[in-house]
Design a protein. Structure first.
Lengths: 113, 117
């Protein structure tokens, strides 16, 4: 069975500080992709960052980086220099070659001024 | 030049009615999905279609029937709507092949907020 676990229902961070959102996954498929999405209060799903299971290096996209530890099956999102606009729900997700797509329950991030 | 579009954006209807939500993608992707996001924001996959063929069908009531007339469209038809069907429904698309090696994120539509009264 395929599973994504986000253990932090809510997180707070001070503006301009870095924050790590946790994600662990489980799959028996050797080929998978891990994603992070941001969902602001307006409701749209915004793609942030992607990590392929065969990628050797951790993915980075601007202020977002993905701390991929394959042996531990973790794919934590690091947001550097938090901004007020980063306040949103964040979802970790996984796709496999079989077409299976699984999302975690999400983490609500609040950035404090 | 919208990548994934859904219509309608809002749908308010009475219990027992039948309704459809349309989804179109212009990204040339081969796989499309329907998700349901409930009031607690949990996002659950309902269906996956690859090249117009159903590949994943999660435990969804038979009242929900997806239809894919071509690779660019995946419509969701719901019969005999119930109060518990009220949710936001998201359509998404991606490239299925070479997952793990290629950058193939899912692009999401804007969502359809369904309210059943």
């Amino acid at each position: 069975a395929q599973k994504i676990t986000q253990t932090q229902p809510g997180m707070f961070v001070q503006e301009k500080e870095a924050v790590t959102l946790d994600c662990t996954y489980d799959t028996s498929d050797p080929s998978y992709g891990l994603f992070w999405y941001k969902q602001p209060s307006s409701g749209e799903m915004i793609f942030l960052i992607y990590q392929g299971s065969y990628d050797q290096q951790n993915a980075t996209e601007g202020r977002y980086s993905l701390n991929f530890q394959k042996a531990r099956k973790s794919a934590n999102l690091v947001i550097s220099a938090s901004q007020l606009g980063d306040s949103a729900m964040y979802f970790c997700a996984m796709n496999t070659n079989a077409g299976k797509s699984t999302f975690g329950d999400g983490t609500t991030l609040t950035v404090k001024p | 030049d919208t990548a994934v579009s859904q219509t309608p954006k809002y749908l308010v209807t009475q219990m027992g009615n039948d309704k459809s939500i349309k989804c179109e993608q212009n990204l040339g992707h081969d796989t499309m999905y329907w998700y349901k996001q409930d009031s607690k924001k949990f996002l659950k996959i309902m269906f996956s279609y690859n090249n117009k063929e159903l590949i994943i069908n999660e435990t969804v009531p038979n009242r929900f029937s997806p239809k894919s007339p071509d690779k660019a469209h995946l419509n969701l038809h719901i019969n005999s709507l119930e109060l518990g069907d009220s949710a936001v429904y998201f359509c998404a698309s991606s490239r299925l092949k070479d997952t793990g090696t290629r950058h193939n994120e899912q692009f999401f539509g804007p969502g359809t907020r369904l309210t059943v009264l």
